[in-house]
Design a protein around this ligand. Structure first.
Ligand code: KIV
Length: 266
């Protein structure tokens, strides 16, 4: 597979080819995901939960994100690597620039920040400095304490309007990609249709330009025993992890994942 770039992803959106994204935290899984055809490897701060065993993503540090990004880079074979900036590491513009530099120099091609229109100054500055940003909207796990739990976002007229406005503001500020987590499927489809940049979904229905899942979730592994509604266990019925990755890529590409049962209503 030739190296995946932002141009590749923009072309995929234009052509209606679904984009596959999967979290990766180490070299071996990164390599296996690439070999299955995954276009974007997300070094997610979900590693705080699935790798470190915390009950939220809040304890993760920039150094830990840089370490896992470097691990993923060593296993990568042509995918685009996106890395999360962790909790409170982009509270000021100076912090944002310094911490982005750290993860980009470790091997990220793009950074992911959680938030809405409040991120506009950071997105503008990063774009001016050559850093592509994926803006993560909807259920942003770093704000779990503000939300009072992991809850669907964008329900009701006021929240839906705010999400549309945030998505537009971030795109206009220069965000290269949007990621919608746990938002009603119809709203996510509308945002993806309107946006000129690729929109990736998780718990956002089948109408986005691509899908992402957390590696451990899609392999049917859970520390808590609870499986979110939007997760499908791709390991079920497969003989190997490579087969599970291939099944995920195929299901996203042919539109069979996510099914209606994985999404949320308004
Ligand atoms: O950290 C992460 O893995 C994420 C995904 C849930 C999208 O942000």
């Amino acid at each position: 597979m030739p190296d995946v770039t932002l141009t590749t992803l923009q072309e995929m959106k234009r052509n209606g080819d679904k984009i596959t994204m999967l979290t990766a935290y180490d070299a071996t899984f990164a390599r296996a995901a690439c070999q299955a055809g995954v276009e974007v490897l997300l070094v997610g701060d979900s590693l705080g939960m699935v790798v470190q065993g915390n009950d939220s993503t809040l304890p993760v540090s920039v150094e830990e994100m840089a370490y896992h990004t470097a691990c993923v880079k060593r296993g990568n074979q042509g995918a685009l690597i996106a890395t999360d900036l962790p909790f409170m590491s982009y509270a000021t513009l100076e912090q944002t620039l310094a911490n982005c530099a750290r993860v980009m120099q470790a091997g990220a091609h793009m950074v992911k920040l959680e938030g809405g229109a409040n991120l506009v100054p950071a997105v503008q500055r990063l774009a001016e400095n050559g850093v592509p940003v994926c803006a993560h909207l909807g259920l942003t796990p770093q704000s779990v304490n503000l939300f009072g739990g992991y809850k669907v976002q964008g329900r009701g007229d006021a929240q839906a309007r705010r999400l549309r406005e945030d998505a537009l503001a971030l795109e206009q500020a220069g965000a290269a990609m949007l990621l919608l987590e746990c938002v009603p499927s119809d709203l996510a489809s509308e945002i993806a249709r309107t946006a000129r940049v690729p929109v990736i979904g998780i718990g956002a229905g089948a109408g986005t330009d691509g899908q992402v899942l957390v590696l451990h979730d899609m392999l049917g592994l859970s520390l808590t025993g609870r499986t979110p509604k939007f997760v499908k266990n791709f390991m079920a019925g497969q003989g190997s992890i490579q087969d599970a990755f291939a099944a995920y890529v195929k299901a996203v590409k042919d539109g069979s994942f996510p099914a209606a049962e994985h999404g949320f209503s308004a």
